[in-house]
Design a protein around this ligand. Structure first.
Ligand SMILES: [Cu+2]
Length: 390
């Protein structure tokens, strides 16, 4: 009630002030030389120069931004097709940049040149076919060329030959983590459906499918250098987007459908770490971190760990509260290291069997709190084992 009264008082005060200024204006009638409210030449000049000031601000800020933050953009691409994406991006940037600089300059110059003038009269003409043809045809041709080139590049990148020897990997998205599934020795991913999620089978792999038997589920992605990897993306809950910035690859993960993207890595993780630009970047990051660490230690807190570069798979679609932290480490190995790493992994079928053989883990029972929940856990694992046996 008090706040309502305060609001009413404030509104009444504002109305009173407004009435007072109107009365003041009335007392001034006849005392001013020019009260026509039409802009004078002086007003127009001030506005014209302010416009030039704004143009200078745009240009200076653009140059400043390029010098200060220009080196933060992604550098050397780490995939075979990455160069094509960068080329397309650079052409687009150059075009936008040139057009922006010229049109902004002309826009502000003509606004100043034809600013209001008491002695000038505006020229009226209804239309000019020639002018309209120029500003319609030129952008249409340029945009059409850009789109055609983009389509050509996209088709090149997305094309996967059916007979090509590729590694099949599934990327599974869920709020808020990534999981990868390798197709195993047969290089065919078994069928999957979220309805089949049960116990350790967190991806809902259909264990009755013969192709599923050798599938391997991992939480860290390893891929070999120089070999094409064909990713198939699925999502459990909402829209996610699998984004590999260093490989210039991104594809939406859509619940209920499988999307795909294929690329060939060209640098192993350790090779990429040794690129001069990366060495410099990491040194700079660690310099900032060590400064921050000194401050933290002075406050009695723990120091930050030094940063080492790793390829990452990020989510590039705002998918919920922890979206910012939805990432998975990607390691590019030499083909030999990759084979060794994969051979050490157990298959999902083995994981399900192992889970069925072991009674519910003590920590699971502890976390669940009651013995009832622990019983439910064991039943779920046994059910999964039954599916595995089929
Ligand atoms: Cu996400």
């Amino acid at each position: 009630m008090t706040s309502l009264l305060v609001i009413i008082v404030l509104v009444l005060l504002a109305v009173a002030l407004w009435q007072l200024t109107k009365i003041f204006d009335l007392t001034q009638v006849g005392s001013r030389v020019d009260d026509s409210q039409v802009a004078t030449d002086k007003d127009n000049n001030i506005q014209g120069y302010l416009l030039f000031g704004f143009l200078a601000f745009i240009y200076i800020f653009t140059i400043y931004g390029l010098l200060k933050w220009g080196n933060l953009v992604l550098h050397t691409p780490a995939s075979e097709h990455g160069g094509q994406v960068d080329h397309l991006m650079n052409i687009t940037w150059i075009l936008i940049f040139t057009v922006q600089v010229i049109t902004q300059g002309l826009l502000h110059y003509f606004s100043f040149k034809y600013k209001g003038d008491q002695n000038k009269k505006a020229l009226f003409f209804a239309d000019s076919n020639k002018l309209e043809a120029i500003w319609s045809i030129i952008p249409s041709v340029v945009l059409a060329c850009l789109i055609l080139y983009g389509l050509y590049a996209w088709n090149n990148i997305m094309f996967v030959d059916k007979d090509e020897d590729v590694i099949e990997i599934e990327i599974y998205a869920q709020q808020f983590k990534w999981t990868a599934r390798y197709a195993g020795a047969d290089n065919v991913l078994g069928k999957a459906n979220v309805r089949l999620i049960e116990g350790v089978n967190t991806l809902g792999v259909d264990m009755s499918d013969p192709y599923s038997q050798d599938d391997i589920v991992v939480s860290e992605l390893h891929i070999p250098k120089g070999k094409k990897v064909h990713f198939k993306m699925r999502s459990q809950d909402v829209l996610h987007s699998a984004y590999f910035p260093h490989f210039r690859a991104q594809m939406n993960c859509v619940p209920g459908m499988v999307t795909e993207f294929a690329f060939t890595p060209t640098y192993t993780t350790s090779e990429y770490r040794e690129l001069p630009y990366m060495v410099e970047k990491v040194a700079k990051i660690n310099e900032i971190r060590s400064k921050k660490s000194t401050e933290l230690v002075a406050k009695g807190q723990t120091a930050l760990d030094p940063y080492t570069f790793d390829y990452l798979l990020l989510c590039n679609k705002i998918c919920g509260a922890s979206h910012y932290n939805m990432q998975m480490k990607v390691v590019v190995d030499t083909p030999e290291d990759y084979k060794k790493w994969l051979s050490e992994k157990t298959s999902l079928a083995q994981d399900i069997k192992a889970a069925a053989a072991t009674p519910a883990a003590p920590e699971a029972a502890g976390a669940a709190g009651t013995s009832d929940s622990a019983t439910v856990d064991t039943t779920a694992v046994k059910e999964a084992a039954k599916v595995a046996m089929k």
